[in-house]
Design a protein around this ligand. Sequence first.
Ligand code: SF4
Length: 357
Amino acid sequence: MSDVVATSATPILDVTEVSKSFPASKDPLGRVTARLQAVVEASLSIAPGETLGLVGESGSGKTTLGRLVMRLTDADAGRIVLDGVDITNARGPELRAARRKMQVVFQDPQSSLDPNWLVRDIIAEPLRAYGASRAERQSATERLLADVGLEAAHGARYASEFSGGQRQRVAIARSLALEPNLVVCDEPVSALDVSTQAQVLSLLESLRDRRDLAYLFIAHDLAVVHHISHRIAVMYLGRIVEVGPADEVYYRPRHPYTEALLSAMPNPNPADRRERILLSGEMPSPVEPPPGCRFQTRCIHAMDRCREIEPELVKYGDIEVACHLHESGPRLAGSSVVEVSRQQSGGVGYIPRRASD
Ligand code: SF4
């Protein structure tokens, strides 16, 4: 994704220091004794027509952050502003108005589409819920089917008769029925085979460009996220640790976790292969995150201060990164992990652990 969306535009979504935890254990009297910190002080913004990719391993908090944005769960703290309106605590008609402006596409269209409904009724359901007439629903459904590359006759069939890619097209058509400004795409192509993934990504891109849609695109696959996103945010153990233009994050990662994620990706082109960095151990429990930097238990660059002080997300140009490596001096600040470590070691650079070590 090379085109850059002007981020100076008023954001369609502005999330400020949003946190969410869930009870993890209770004592015999039902009192909460431990909490799972799913999202910690996460901030992000998305401009109209922009795609922000949100990546991280399973358990990083990215899906919970998507649910917070959609107001499918309430935040413990922070602020969520959609199209200039604070919806953090919206209820009733205010929340209903907000829902009209933001929709969601889930990973598994098999379970998100009722197999007993005709496709035209699935697509028209949001319009019916918001009071559209039968004639309005019919013309909108025909238009939406064409927009997602399906034929009008497909409307008279059941979703269960369709392939995975076609079902995801139906789910996308339904998400666009109310003409939202923002669509949260939660792993929308993860359940599809590679060639169908490419078709659905291409469809999402063309719909975004035609309708000036903004996407929060949540996925674990950095290659997919890089393909469709203008900017990428990386989450680890509930915190956003790096945000920046997609090409910068993908080709010059500033955070060791991003670098490790990228190095683990399969790449058929030997010229593009990156040094493999092994992430040791599992992600720590979000119930008891490690002190200091949350990534310090797995980071090959960890220093003493990483074990004591949690790094803040700091802005370097158009990149934001939370890592003490960038505090070594103005010459190094904001450089890629490889550049920082090379300069620190007098040009030798660090030697990542190889997959075969
Ligand atoms: Fe690694 Fe330290 Fe940076 Fe955390 S702050 S990512 S432990 S170098």
